[in-house]
Design a protein around this ligand. Structure first.
Ligand SMILES: Nc1ncnc2c1ncn2[C@@H]1O[C@H](COP(=O)(O)OP(=O)(O)OP(=O)(O)O)[C@@H](O)[C@H]1O
Ligand SMILES: [Mg+2]
Length: 273
C-alpha cells in the first residue's frame, strides 16, 4: 500500500508582510518583509547600514529600538501557536523571549545587567524559563558555560560583566541565551564588535551549537563573505524590503537583483570566486 509523503514540518518561525513604522512623523523602517526560519538552518539577513535588519529582528517579539515609538503590521507566528506575536499580550511575549526565541546582540554587554554577577544572571534565566531550584539552575548554568568553552569555576560565576573581555562576554551571552533552551537564536551582528580571531571563534561556536542543538538561527550581518561561509539561505534587504532570497551560495555567486550585485561587487574574493 502506498503511503503519502509526510507533510513537510512547518517552519519554526513564519513572518508575513511585516511592516514597522518608527517615530514621529513615522518613517517606514520595514516595508512588507516575509520569510520563514526552519529548524537546523542558519538564515542570513544582509543589507547595508539602515536597511532595516535590526528593526526586523527587534520586531519579531516587539522589542522597541531605543527611544522609538513603533507600530507594527503583518504577522509573526511560532510553530505550534495560533497567535500573532505582533498583537499578542506582553506577558506571553516575555515568556517567548525567555523560552523559545533568544537574542544575541552586537554589543555583548547589552545582554547583561552591569550590577549583577554572571552567575546570578545565568541562574535567573534558568529559573524564569524552567522554574528550577537554585542548585539545579547552578548545575545547568555550569553545563551551558562548558558548552561555550568556558570553565565553570566559581570565579566566573562571581564576576561582574565588566570584568570580561568582549569575546569572553559574547561567549557568556551565548551561554545565557542557551540557558533558556531556545529553539530560535536571533544574532544581530554578534561579532562586529570583536577582533578577527575572536570573531572566528564565536562564529564557529554558533555554527556548532546550531548543528548540535538543531536550532534555527537568524544571523544578521552586512559582511557578505561571512554570510557566504555560514548560511544555508540568505535574505538581502534594501530600504526596508527583501529584494532577494535563496540558497546563500546561489544568491551570492549569481545575484539576480542589481542591489545584491552591487554588494557582491564590493567583495573581490566573491566576485572572482
Ligand atoms: N530608535 C529609532 N528611532 C527612529 N528610527 C530608527 C530607530 N532605530 C532605527 N531607526 C531607523 O530605522 C531604519 C532601519 O534601521 P536598522 O537599525 O534596522 O538598520 P540596520 O540595517 O540594522 O543597520 P546597521 O547595519 O547599521 O545595524 C533606519 O532608517 C534607522 O534610521
Ligand atoms: Mg543593525
Amino acid at each position: 500500500m502506498e503511503t503519502a509523503d509526510p507533510a513537510p514540518a512547518r517552519p519554526l518561525l513564519e513572518v508575513n508582510n511585516l511592516q514597522v513604522r518608527l517615530g514621529h512623523p513615522p518613517i517606514e523602517a520595514v516595508r512588507g518583509v516575509g520569510f520563514d526560519l526552519r529548524k537546523g538552518e542558519i538564515l542570513g539577513l544582509a543589507g547595508e547600514s539602515g536597511s532595516g535588519k535590526s528593526v526586523t529582528a527587534f520586531a519579531l517579539t516587539r522589542l522597541l529600538p531605543l527611544g522609538a515609538y513603533a507600530r507594527y503590521e503583518g504577522s509573526v507566528r511560532l510553530q505550534g501557536r495560533k497567535d500573532n506575536l505582533l498583537t499578542t499580550n506582553r506577558q506571553t511575549l516575555r515568556k517567548i523571549r525567555q523560552r523559545r526565541l533568544r537574542y544575541i546582540f552586537q554589543e555583548p554587554s547589552a545582554s547583561f545587567h552591569p550590577l549583577f554577577t554572571i552567575g546570578k544572571q545565568l541562574e535567573e534565566v534558568l529559573r524564569l524559563s524552567s522554574r528550577l531550584s537554585r542548585r539545579r539552575a547552578r548545575e545547568q548554568a555550569a553545563a551551558a558555560l562548558s558548552e561555550v568553552g568556558i570553565d565553570p569555576k566559581p570565579a566566573v560565576f562571581n564576576a561582574f560583566p565588566s570584568m570580561f573581555s568582549g569575546g569572553m562576554l559574547q561567549r557568556l551571552a551565548i551561554a545565557c541565551a542557551l540557558c533558556g533552551e531556545p529553539e530560535i537564536l536571533i544574532a544581530d551582528e554578534p561579532t562586529t564588535a570583536l577582533d578577527t580571531t575572536t570573531q572566528k571563534r564565536i562564529i564557529g561556536l554558533l555554527q556548532d551549537l546550531n548543528r548540535r542543538r538543531g536550532l534555527a538561527t537568524l544571523f544578521i550581518s552586512h559582511d557578505l563573505s561571512l554570510l557566504y561561509q555560514i548560511c544555508d539561505r540568505l535574505l538581502v534587504m534594501q530600504e526596508g524590503r527583501i529584494v532577494e532570497s535563496g540558497p546563500a551560495g546561489e544568491v551570492l555567486r549569481q545575484p539576480a537583483h542589481p542591489y545584491t550585485r552591487q554588494l557582491v561587487d564590493a567583495i573581490p574574493r566573491l566576485r572572482t570566486g
